[in-house]
Design a protein around this ligand. Sequence first.
Ligand code: KET
Length: 401
Amino acid sequence: MFEHIDAYPGDPILTLNEDFAKDPREDKVNLSIGIYFDDEGRLPVMRAVREAEAQMLAEPAAKPYLPMSGLAAYRDAVQSLVFGEASAARAEGRIATVQTLGGSGALKIGADFIKRYFPGSHVWVSDPTWDNHRFIFERAGLTVGTYPYYDDETGGLRFDAMLAAIRDLPAKSVVLLHACCHNPTGVDLNDAQWAELIGVMKARDLLPFIDMAYQGFGAGLDADAFAIRELVRQNVPGFVANSFSKNFSLYGERCGALSVICESAETAARVLGQLTGAVRSNYSNPPTHGAKIVARVLTTPALREAWQDELASMCKRIERMRVAIHARLRGNVPDAMLARYLEQRGMFTYTGLSAEQVDALRERHGVYLIRSGRMCVAALNGRNVETAAEAIGDVLSRAFA
Ligand code: KET
């Protein structure tokens, strides 16, 4: 019956992360997956999360199914965080939001919706992008293409080429964009570039799909949502996927949401209904625990303040690690490949190391990066930064066929 099933080649990120766990070497260093670890190399449970969970435990509650669209308090808190407390579109009821299984679940629900209501649209992603963007949209039955984004030579953005390619797309094409802390490159648009790009998408009748998995890891919670607020300001309908995996350190609780900005409250109600239908036919309804934590933290002033403070200190630690690895690599890495450790934003640096060099780092030194050369700088700490820098220096000093 199953003879024709071919082997799963594995996922470029999650399979590597699983391989790391099996690696017996004691001094191994995991800079592969996009997870923030503290300076002890531990996955933090944030103070606000711990406090919210303690409060929840003290008030035992039954565990009914959530509504298909998710926990109402969570959906409201998501809208406020993503679109802004004072968002007029939100007050007008023009945004349809469903709770999802992380940011990935938001992308999948959005992909199913697009396949059903925009069956002729192709999806365009940045070159490069998070690998799972392509997997999710293709498995939903959509065709995925790329637009220019990263400049290999300068380590910066090819904004003009990106804009030109997007300007040429057929109307109703879906354009996937990273709100901030672009994965894998760490290279973002500035505010003026966003405003220009969104103007072009509006003029060309394109459908933006903004993925915000790292809100708070770039320039701050509000500044990181600039592209989303600009969509609303310019009156451009579109999709927004957001995730609390990283900024709440709630990876396994699967907390995300999909929001669709609509032209009217009346359309938003129908869109919300169809998103709800997509949830029902995929997994019926979302889980409760994480959503309750997030809603409680975001709506309780003391918890929210504690969360924002801790998130800010996580960002500062990442900045310190950028400086630390930059200092240790100086002299071992060509100058042209060095500045990006300081300049690129968020959890990642796109090192410019080749797949063969990444393989050598892993095999010889037990230092794990993604084969694209992406390094998770949020997993560096006072102890492993030296090991990582020495390993990179060693690998770069050798010639590869
Ligand atoms: N979008 C982007 C851009 C992203 O980097 C991730 C996760 C997600 C969505 C998914 O978020 P979640 O809420 O966990 O479903 N990225 C890291 C982990 C992964 O690959 O799943 C990573 O790139 O390492």
